[in-house]
Design a protein around this ligand. Sequence first.
Ligand SMILES: C[S@@+](CC[C@H](N)C(=O)[O-])C[C@H]1O[C@@H](n2cnc3c(N)ncnc32)[C@H](O)[C@@H]1O
Length: 352
Amino acid sequence: MKGKKPTRETNSTLLKQAMLRRLPRRLAARGDLMIASVPGLLDHYQQMLLSIFAALGRVFNDPEKQHLRTVLETWLKKGWDESPYTRLVVHFETDAPPKTTISYKVALNVVTIADEYGHWVKTRTPPLFGAHPDSKVMDLARSLGNPADVRVLDVGAGTGRNTIPLAREGFQADAVELAPALAQVLRDDVEKAGLKIRVFEGDVIDPLLEVPKEHYDMIFLAEVVASHFRDIDHLRKLFTALTGMLRPGGTLLFSAFQPGDGYKPDQLARELGEVFWCVIFTRSDFEQAFQGLPFDKVSDESTLEYERERLPKEHWPPTGWFEQWSSGGDLFDLPLGRAPVELRWLAYKKRG
Ligand SMILES: C[S@@+](CC[C@H](N)C(=O)[O-])C[C@H]1O[C@@H](n2cnc3c(N)ncnc32)[C@H](O)[C@@H]1O
């Protein structure tokens, strides 16, 4: 039996849709999408790319969706292992007509801490981290006695916002700085000011860095753990290295983002914290990182409150970004004070 002859479609809505379905043959597109290399965003990125491709008339079937997922998963992990500042570059390009498919490939744009700060030095107007030293740093150093007898080490010193005022006040101040561009600014300023600060350029956890052993009365890291330390293992390496540099009875001070009561950061919050320089460590993370090391905690206080109460009015806020950043607002887009984390000053004493 012969098939029934189809009737011709005349419904204008259906006909319009039928013509639009042919449009991908006449549409060409290509582009590069740069995305933060965060493994926890795999679902989000897969969906985002499927939507972009679908908007170009390239709708993926299940095996194509799975392939995209596998490719993304592999590259996100590779990028994350490089650094949280590394980007995935997804290049996509429609295939030549009459095909209505799309081809894509993924590459890494590896970015290090040194690259990030190299860019800051080239593009931002100094002072990069504020014009005034931290009140907590100065107060603690002053509490240790006659400046001429007190040796302090500023780790992750940046351009010396704290190191230089300490040295000017007579403390024996030294600095460790990882980013060559910042270390250079610091060395130039030290020379101009005729100060005796030694600048050790490199990663503080590198055992080859020639920092004197058991030498310092106070070691501090302002905005360093909070911005750039990656996990408990990284912290442990840091504290182990600092144990060797601090004299018995010496004090360690650093600022770090901690969750408030009732908030437990999940893996995605921790990963995005690294991306937004707002790395979250819980109290239990610190306990683990310090386990077996000769430190006792001596204080734990809100950095924002401490500094706001004590910095001279004309130096508040220290930078345009400080209040939002220190309140967790760079990670959570919420009104000031609503984020579940905040920057805190944590101080520890090395047992004598
Ligand atoms: C946000 S900046 C703060 C600079 C300075 N402490 C201040 O508060 O003005 C963080 C600094 O830590 C440095 N840094 C990060 N990780 C480091 C490491 N492992 N060793 C030494 N310096 C490091 C960075 O290069 C950068 O200068």
